[in-house]
Design a protein around this ligand. Structure first.
Ligand code: GLN
Length: 286
């Protein structure tokens, strides 16, 4: 087993280092697609970039893929590891400035390969601290990191400068592709978008009386950034369990990458729980 291969799906991982991959029996599980190769999901820096429940994104993708009849191989990349040769989906979570400092050079060294994947339409979800380092630069604004700019992999045409005030709280954004997307933000970085990417969405009620909603920078009402199948967002929580349309979009692109055709069917879960979670999250004050 090479350094960055996780045990076979049935072997639970040791506590604290990742979700148990044992498929959960559920009445909704579609028949396993014997013919379909396993989907290879890569988690970037799970030990450093993984806060505010971001693990939930990986677990949601694994479960929805399994419920849709696909096996999953979960790979993890930590600082110093070789990057796996071929993946179908990349997930990367948020992290404190200090964590970003620890991973930035390693991520940069793998920039060309990750950008190449993006040009092959490998879907990616980069949350907060990873979103910032998928851009051109992140300049932290906290004393102890000496504000050294962290060079990003320039996969997303965005730049981020840390500020002394953090944007914190529940947030709902309006998106064209996935409808309302709800989550939780907590960041000091203020991100501006360049011309080669589009915002994931616009902050609901931005600028309205009493609304202190943030988003990318608290000034232009945008949130997140999208380039091809790469989605950057400030939304933690984790974001995918409460926003299955986004999860299914990423999985559909991953299956397309793996089998070369549109072969992903979203699991038909009642969705009562999901809708309830969304309603509560959207009704929560900032
Ligand atoms: N450290 C970065 C910031 O403060 C990212 C924080 C995060 O990932 N939640 O902006």
């Amino acid at each position: 087993m090479s350094t960055n291969e996780h045990p076979a799906p049935s072997a639970p991982r040791s506590a604290g280092t990742g979700p148990d991959l044992t498929p959960v029996p559920t009445p909704h599980r579609q028949a396993a697609r014997e013919d379909a190769p396993a989907l290879r999901i890569l988690q970037l820096y799970p030990s450093e970039m993984n806060i505010y429940g971001d693990w939930g994104n990986t677990l949601t993708l694994i479960r929805r893929a399994q419920w849709s009849g696909f096996e999953v191989e979960l790979l993890a990349h930590e600082v110093g590891d070789r990057l796996p040769a071929d993946v179908d989906l990349v997930v990367a979570g948020g992290g404190q400035d200090s964590g970003q400092v620890r991973i930035a050079a390693d991520l940069l060294s793998h920039g060309p390969a990750i950008r190449e994947w993006a040009e092959q339409d490998v879907p990616m979800l980069a949350v907060c601290g990873s979103y910032q380092l998928f851009g051109h630069v992140f300049v932290p604004a906290t004393g102890d990191t000496a504000d050294e700019p962290l060079t990003g992999i320039s996969l997303l045409d965005v730049e981020t400068r840390g500020s002394t005030t953090r944007l914190i709280g529940n947030l709902t954004i309006e998106t064209e592709r996935f409808g309302p997307v709800v989550g939780y933000e907590n960041h000091s970085g203020l991100t501006t978008l360049g011309a080669d990417c589009t915002a994931l969405g616009s902050v609901r009620a931005f600028g309205q009386e009493g609304s202190r909603a943030g988003g990318n920078n608290g000034a232009d009402g945008t949130e997140g950034a999208v380039h091809r199948e790469v989605v950057g967002t400030y939304l933690h929580g984790s974001v995918l369990p409460k926003n299955p349309a986004l999860a299914d979009h990423l999985l559909a692109a991953a299956v397309r990458h793996r089998v070369g055709e549109d072969a992903y069917t979203a699991p038909d879960l009642e969705g009562i729980v999901t809708q309830r979670a969304r309603d509560i999250a959207m009704s929560r004050p900032r």
